[in-house]
Design a protein around this ligand. Structure first.
Ligand SMILES: *Cc1c(COP(=O)(O)O)cnc(C)c1O
Length: 402
């Protein structure tokens, strides 16, 4: 069940050795800062930059548009995603708000029905009102996507694995489908759950990748950030202009924190996955647990697809408990694992999607996707896996003294 961590990143392509993602993550795009040799990218805490003379510029003018610390981060994340361009925003939602401005009233976008609640809220509470239309579809079912295509469908937006049900969509098939439908339409993949370390959607045909850098990229539950990565020359100027005009650009300090977090991305992702494989199997054997959703189980419906399109299964697990009454007991009783609504950090967190990440989604849609009142979601951190199991075990026993 384990993936080969040594060979999966050392891609040899066309005789030219491609640098491993482990190295790119640890060293960043520039390796060091050329002006001083600083190994850690300096935090350029400056809002504006002096021009040498009229019509001359250092390449930097005003930090809403461009800042050297942010630029280093944007280049690093672009490299990790095998993209040509990267844009960093204050939050993941900031990135999505910018991205959707590439579209216009009248455009139709097909979206994974099982996705981050904040994305649902942004699209339905605002963009529907501005004349956009959305279809919410189980994108792990290619036939369902096909049925939802309309003449004015301009994009397919997927999360894979999905949040929180861990359904896997076929990125290559999705890209193919939307590109065949209309040459102008594109595939957008929110790659937050696996991070670029485990999955690179652009290499599978996606047009744009987005991230909540708040999660695995930063990895320490200490900052927010968001990204758009792409290789489309035609999108770069429009996106830069939106970033500059809207003003949701990432601050220099938060860019630095994210760069610092990325240095250990490879180690953290591997450890989170190792822990998650252990905990998911343990959960499955518990009498209190009805079902565990984790793409690393060989009997997960899209296990083969996961292995084919990703280099790992990630550190996210969702599960149903058999009794709703156990939910508050578990959330109150865990002590090492913290009851909080984020993911992707070194600290393990447990979330109740119904009341936290997915409140914005209407009940019928939530239930159709599988988000019921017995669903819990675990973001497995880098602690010792046996300590994490002991913590869950103690919490489960509080509900059922056995
Ligand atoms: C958290 C999250 C977002 C939103 O990112 P923020 O940084 O919180 O704004 C978007 N998509 C997914 C999958 C997320 O987990």
């Amino acid at each position: 069940m384990d993936t080969d961590t040594d060979t999966r990143n050392a891609a040899e392509s066309g005789g030219k050795r491609r640098e491993s993602l482990d190295t790119t993550a640890a060293r960043g795009a520039s390796r060091f800062e050329p002006a001083t040799g600083a190994i850690s990218t300096p935090i350029y805490q400056s809002s504006a930059f002096r021009h040498p003379a009229l019509f001359q510029s250092t390449g930097f003018d005003y930090s809403r548009a461009v800042n050297p610390t942010r630029t280093e981060l944007e280049r690093t994340v672009a490299l990790l995603e095998s993209g040509k361009y990267g844009l960093a925003f204050a939050t993941g939602m900031g990135a999505l708000s910018a991205l959707i401005k590439l579209y216009a009233p009248g455009d139709h976008i097909i979206v994974s029905e099982d996705l981050y609640g904040g994305t649902y809220r942004l699209f339905t509470e605002y963009y529907e009102q501005y004349g956009f239309s959305f279809s919410w579809v189980d994108t792990s079912d290619t036939a369902a996507i096909k049925e939802s295509l309309r003449r004015h469908t301009k994009a397919l937006f997927i999360e894979t694995p999905s949040n929180p049900m861990m359904k896997v969509s076929d990125i290559e098939a999705c890209a193919d489908l939307i590109h065949r439908h209309s040459p102008g339409a594109g595939l957008i993949v929110d790659n937050t759950f696996l991070s670029p370390y485990f999955q690179n959607p652009l290499a599978l045909g996606a047009d744009v990748v987005t991230h909540s850098g708040t999660k695995y990229l930063s990895g320490h539950n200490d900052t927010l950030s968001g990204f758009i990565v792409h290789s489309r020359d035609d999108l770069e100027d429009p996106l830069r202009n939106i970033q500059k005009s809207e003003g949701a650009s990432l601050s220099p300090f938060d860019a630095w924190l994210t760069l610092r977090g990325i240095k250990t991305l490879a180690l953290r992702m591997r450890r989170c996955e190792e822990n998650a494989l252990h905990i998911a199997s343990w959960l499955r054997a518990q009498p209190l647990v009805e079902r565990v959703f984790f793409p690393g189980f060989p009997d997960h419906p899209q296990y083969a697809l996961s292995r084919a399109q990703s280099r790992g299964f990630g550190g996210m697990i969702s599960f149903y408990v058999k009794d709703r009454a156990a939910v508050p007991v578990i959330l109150k009783s865990v002590s090492l694992i913290l009851f909080a609504e984020s993911l992707g950090g070194v600290e393990s967190l447990i979330t109740y999607p119904l009341e936290q990440t997915h409140t914005a989604i209407p009940e019928t849609m939530r239930l159709k996707a599988g988000v019921n009142d017995r669903l819990l979601r675990l973001s497995v951190g880098i602690e010792d896996k046996h300590d994490l199991v002991a913590d869950l075990d103690a919490a489960f026993r509080r509900w059922d003294p056995r």
